[in-house]
Design a protein around this ligand. Structure first.
Ligand SMILES: Cc1cc2nc3c(=O)[nH]c(=O)nc-3n(C[C@H](O)[C@H](O)[C@H](O)COP(=O)(O)O)c2cc1C
Length: 245
C-alpha cells in the first residue's frame, strides 16, 4: 500500500500531548493544506480560529466539558462554518443576501469538515497527533461569544493539535461490507456481521491501554441514540442565521 493510505489507516485520536510547540512554518503549511480542500460552489465557507489567548483556551476547555487536552495541546483550532463572509460580499455588491437556507448550512458544515480533515491528514503526516472536539457544541452560544462569531457563522468543532505523548491502539472500524454497498442499501446481512464487530470492539475496549471498559459497538450506539442529542442546536442555529428555510 502507498504511504498516504497507510497513514490514513493508522489514524487514532491523541489526547495526551508533549509540552512542545509546533513550528510556525509547519502550522502554516498544515493550514494551507486544509484550505486546498474542495469547496461546494467555491464558497470556501470555513473560517479557522487559532486560540492562543490562554484565558479563552481555559474557557473553551470548560465549555467542552473540562477536556484537559483543549488546554494542553500545542494548538487549539476552532472550525467555523461561515456564510457571513459571502453575505458581506452581497453587501459589497449591493445585492441582498438570501441566507438561512438549510442547503447553505449543509454546504458550510461540509466545507468545514473537508478543510479540517485535510488539516488532520497533513498534521498526522508530519507526526503530529489530533483530537476533534465536538463538545464545543455543548454551549454553542457561549463559544460564539468567546470568539466574537458573527451572524451566519457557528463553531462546528474544535481541533487539538500537538506532538503525541501517548501511543494508543487504532480503533477497529465497521466491516467493509456493512458500509460499502453495491447499487442499493440492503440490510439483510447487517446483524450477523455486527455481532462479530461487536466482539472486536468489546475486545478493543477491554484491552486498550487507557480508559478500559466492556462495551460492544451496538451497545454503545443504542445507549447514545436513545438519549437526546444537544437539543439546543436547532434553536441556536436558527438564531445564528442557519436553518430558517
Ligand atoms: C466531529 C468530531 C467530534 C469529536 N469530538 C470529540 C470530543 O469532544 N472529545 C473527544 O475526546 N473526542 C472527540 N472525537 C473523537 C472521536 O471520539 C473519535 O474519533 C472516535 O471515537 C474514533 O476514534 P479514533 O479517532 O481514535 O479512531 C470527535 C470526533 C469527531 C469526528
Amino acid at each position: 500500500m502507498n504511504p498516504t493510505i497507510e497513514l490514513l489507516k493508522s489514524h487514532r485520536s491523541i489526547r495526551q500531548f508533549k509540552d512542545r510547540p509546533i513550528a510556525p512554518d509547519l502550522l502554516t503549511e498544515i493550514i494551507l493544506a486544509g484550505q486546498a480542500a474542495a469547496s461546494s460552489n467555491f464558497f470556501q465557507a470555513a473560517t479557522i480560529i487559532r486560540v492562543t489567548d490562554q484565558v479563552k483556551r481555559v474557557r473553551l476547555a470548560e465549555l467542552a466539558g473540562n477536556q484537559a487536552y483543549v488546554e494542553s495541546a500545542a494548538e487549539f483550532l476552532v472550525f467555523c462554518a461561515d456564510m457571513n463572509r459571502a453575505s458581506r460580499c452581497c453587501d459589497w455588491h449591493g445585492v441582498e443576501a438570501n441566507t438561512g437556507f438549510t442547503e447553505q448550512f449543509i454546504i458550510a458544515t461540509v466545507d468545514v469538515a473537508l478543510v479540517a480533515q485535510n488539516i488532520v491528514v497533513a498534521a498526522e503526516s508530519a507526526g503530529l497527533g489530533i483530537c476533534y472536539i465536538g463538545a464545543l457544541r455543548n454551549d454553542p452560544a457561549a463559544v460564539s461569544a468567546v470568539l466574537d462569531l458573527p451572524h451566519d457563522s457557528y463553531a462546528v468543532f474544535g481541533l487539538c493539535l500537538g506532538w503525541p505523548d501517548q501511543n494508543p491502539e487504532v480503533k477497529p472500524r465497521l466491516p467493509l461490507d456493512i458500509v460499502f454497498r453495491e447499487n442499493s442499501y440492503g440490510t439483510a446481512s447487517d446483524l450477523g456481521q455486527l455481532a462479530d464487530y461487536d466482539d472486536a470492539i468489546r475486545h478493543y475496549y477491554q484491552t486498550r491501554t487507557d480508559n478500559k471498559k466492556s462495551q460492544s459497538w451496538s451497545e454503545q450506539m443504542s445507549a447514545m441514540l436513545s438519549k437526546e442529542s444537544r437539543p439546543h442546536m436547532l434553536a441556536f442555529l436558527r438564531r445564528s442565521g442557519f436553518l430558517e428555510k
